[in-house]
Design a protein around this ligand. Structure first.
Ligand code: 7TS
Length: 411
């Protein structure tokens, strides 16, 4: 694999990801399913292994050395996350099990406190199911209405339409920062600013943004920002909910249990302070610590370098795929992250995906947990190549050749 790029030292980077040396079906792995989950560098794997070999203990409860060390490492990781997203305080960083958990936490606590019959929650057409279904559930429970902002044929958020949908009934606007299916980067800062004119709260689903671009929650001025570690080179089963201190303090806890309490009697329980109020039970301790290792790794590569290099990859892949007859790209926003969804005339995405797999290339096919978006385009699903900074133009060449082969076999 060539390592030519002006921006990144790809030879070094690729050597950090052991899985990239694997062969699949006798061919070198080309991993283009980063939107589903990203691969892990050795630096992250080492932190996890070392923790279980030498450091394992429960946190926030022991006076013994191991427990104190684990607590320190976990709380240090929280500070690393704080700096990564530029949160004002470390206690505004809540550890969860992932984006889905983060959004469900907000939906449940927020609805209990703020939602009543006749209220409205605004989302967009391009949301992942995890930023649709939790809101549907609370809307149904509290008699509120879910309102959906339309998109254009390029897959862009229609801001004018959004402005028309906002009203005094709007209690919350929940929008994805980057679409997992289309790659569209939404104008979330402007979306948040507009929501504030109507005193609506804002939640940004950052699952597909943090692996690709700098995120500054204070600059965005959102109330909530949710993301998963596993899409940003960390482990599965851990994620983050950022929330503004004043907003979080005003919400009831989501789950009850250990760590989230101050005192418990059978008559009355008082709740702990942030962030522990929202962290009931023994968390994914090593997961939290490993998020920090993933962030350290991304910082070493450089977030702006990642963004710039992935833009090159996306441009190259887009140019190359457009040379193939019968290919239709789904998602052609002006402002896009490194996601390439497509359809090929006369073929089914699943067949394309299966043939590519035989050739060592991992892509995702289907509705990508965005069924309403597929309905908007009148299609059952797409084939999706999603790139990370360890991918190369040579891998894109391999993918394009394999795609041509697949089309020849299927059409
Ligand atoms: N939001 C977006 C925008 C996502 O892309 C995903 C996962 C989620 C939320 C849920 O994240 P989780 O970590 O809680 O599961 N997206 C995808 C995908 O595109 N392919 O597989 C999972």
């Amino acid at each position: 694999m060539s390592t030519e790029t002006d921006i990144l030292n790809l030879k070094k980077i690729r050597s950090d990801f052991p899985i990239l040396n694997r062969e699949i079906n006798g061919k070198p792995l080309v991993y283009f399913d980063n939107g589903a989950t990203a691969q892990k560098p050795q630096q992250v794997i080492d932190v996890i292994t070392k923790y279980y070999q030498l450091e394992n203990a429960n946190i926030h409860r022991g006076i013994h050395t191991l427990s104190q060390e684990a607590t320190d490492a976990y709380e240090k990781a929280r500070v690393t996350v704080q700096h990564f997203i530029n949160a004002g305080h470390e206690h505004e960083v809540i550890f969860t099990s992932g984006t889905t958990h983060s959004i469900n936490l907000v939906a449940n606590s927020f609805a209990k406190k703020h939602l009543k019959s006749g209220d409205e929650i605004i989302i967009s057409t391009m949301e992942h199911h995890s930023n649709i279904v939790p809101w549907q559930m609370v809307c149904e429970e509290y008699g509120a209405t879910l309102i959906v902002v339309p998109i254009n044929d390029k897959g862009e958020f229609l801001f004018d339409e959004y402005e028309k949908l906002l009203s005094d009934k709007t209690k919350l606007v929940a929008v994805t920062h980057v679409s997992n299916t289309l790659g569209t980067i939404n104008p979330v800062k402007a979306i948040i600013e507009k929501a504030k004119e109507f005193n609506a709260f804002t939640l940004i689903d950052g699952a597909q943004a943090v692996p690709h671009k700098k995120v500054d929650v204070q600059e965005l001025d959102c109330d909530f920002y949710a993301f998963s570690a596993h899409k940003m080179f960390g482990p599965t089963g851990v994620g983050i909910l950022y929330g503004k201190e004043a907003v979080l303090n005003n919400l009831p806890p989501y789950q009850g249990g250990g760590d989230m309490i101050k005192t418990v009697t059978f008559e009355k329980t008082t709740y702990n302070e942030l962030p522990h109020k929202f962290e009931a039970g023994t968390p994914n301790i090593v997961g939290g610590i490993a998020i920090a290792a993933a962030i350290d790794y991304m910082n070493t590569v450089g977030i702006d370098n990642i963004t710039a290099y992935e833009a090159e990859l996306l441009n190259y892949a887009t140019q190359q795929i457009k040379t193939i007859d019968g290919v239709r790209i789904i998602g052609e926003a002006e402002n896009k992250a490194s996601v390439l969804s497509f359809l090929v005339d006369g073929t089914h995405p699943t067949d394309i995906g299966m043939i590519l797999d035989k050739l060592g290339i991992a892509i995702r096919t289907g509705h990508h947990c965005t069924e309403p978006l597929m309905n908007r385009f009148g299609i059952p699903g797409t084939a999706r190549a999603s790139f990370a900074f360890y991918n190369t133009k040579e891998e894109i060449d391999v993918f394009i050749e394999a795609l041509k082969k697949a089309i020849n076999m299927l059409v």
